[in-house]
Design a protein around this ligand. Structure first.
Ligand code: ZN
Ligand code: ZN
Length: 295
């Protein structure tokens, strides 16, 4: 009887198994070490993608089973992807996300969640790849005719996605004059994570950012900012967050870990970027490389 109890205990699903990876920490600048914006949440071996900048699937492959990663999933298992906003540094990997996992064997449709215009972009990409899609389906290689298709759900301020692994809340942030721009609060059994998206200081982010394990926030270099032309200063001030502003936000929210990503580096070093924040904030701050597991 006791033995049976232990066997049953071993069979129970692991309830606390959230892994959060920063896959792409880059910006529109084609820094060869920093791919386009992308984050991967793995819960009970199921992958969820947030943003899909350039190089997204190769970055995700690096933590997958087939390519020597520590997870029990492969890129063809990526079936859910959320988008913060339509800027190209966050969407350049959409064709990769639609096509590559399908070529690798994804049979389910890809579920996309994002601003309304994302639907049209995805449909146009499928149209643009019509030749290759038809070639693969009708050619001699075995290929399913479903996994390149999409389901689309538009997000809005307060939109909620929920399944057995995660709860995702989308909130509008303040990305200058781009109205359809969002951050995400992701809650699992053991983690609460907020991804700021691209934003200037956002009241909504403060509203939803209590009790965070991980706050991923964008920021720009203060030394680089000083060298910008006046019109670029106006642009960046309205669309993005300064280190001083981020230090204040972090001091207010006190996340366990503040992760800097989508950093406009402008020639500064990683240490300078971090010390820009830690001058006036004494919590844990990291500026990770691409493909980093955040604990
Ligand atoms: Zn943007
Ligand atoms: Zn961006």
């Amino acid at each position: 009887m006791i033995r049976l109890f232990y066997i049953l205990l071993l069979c129970l699903p692991i309830l606390s198994d959230t892994k959060f990876y920063v896959l792409g920490t880059g910006t529109p600048n084609p820094n060869p070490d920093r791919a386009g914006s992308a984050y991967l949440l793995v819960v009970n071996d199921e992958p969820y993608l947030f943003d899909f900048g350039a190089n997204v699937i190769r970055r995700a492959a690096k933590v997958s089973k087939t390519w020597g990663g520590e997870n029990n999933f492969d890129v063809e298992d990526i079936e859910h992807a959320f988008l913060t906003h339509m800027h190209s540094d966050h969407t350049l990997g959409l064709s990769d996300l639609i096509i590559t996992p399908w070529v690798m064997g994804r049979e389910s449709k890809l579920s996309l969640y994002g601003p309304p215009k994302l639907k049209q972009m995805a449909e146009n990409i499928i149209k643009a790849y019509e030749f290759d899609i038809n070639y693969r389906i009708t050619g001699t290689q075995p290929q399913n005719n479903t996994g390149y298709k999409i389901n689309f759900e538009p997000i809005f301020d307060g939109y909620v996605y929920k399944d057995k692994n995660i709860h995702v809340l989308a909130f509008k942030n303040d990305h200058g004059d781009l109205d359809e721009s969002y951050g995400f609060v992701i809650t699992t059994n053991d983690k609460k994570i907020l991804i700021s998206g691209d934003t200037a200081p956002s009241q909504n982010l403060i509203k939803y950012g209590e009790d965070l394990d991980i706050l991923v926030h964008e920021v720009y270099s203060s030394s680089g900012f000083k060298k910008k032309e006046p019109d670029w200063k106006i642009y960046h001030k309205g669309h993005h967050t300064s280190p001083q502003e981020l230090a204040k936000i972090a001091a207010l929210l006190e996340p366990k870990t503040l992760v800097l990503s989508h950093v406009l580096i402008w020639g500064a070093t990683s240490d300078e970027i971090v010390s820009d924040i830690t001058k006036s904030y004494d919590g844990k701050v990291i500026f990770p490389d691409d493909v980093t597991l955040i604990n």
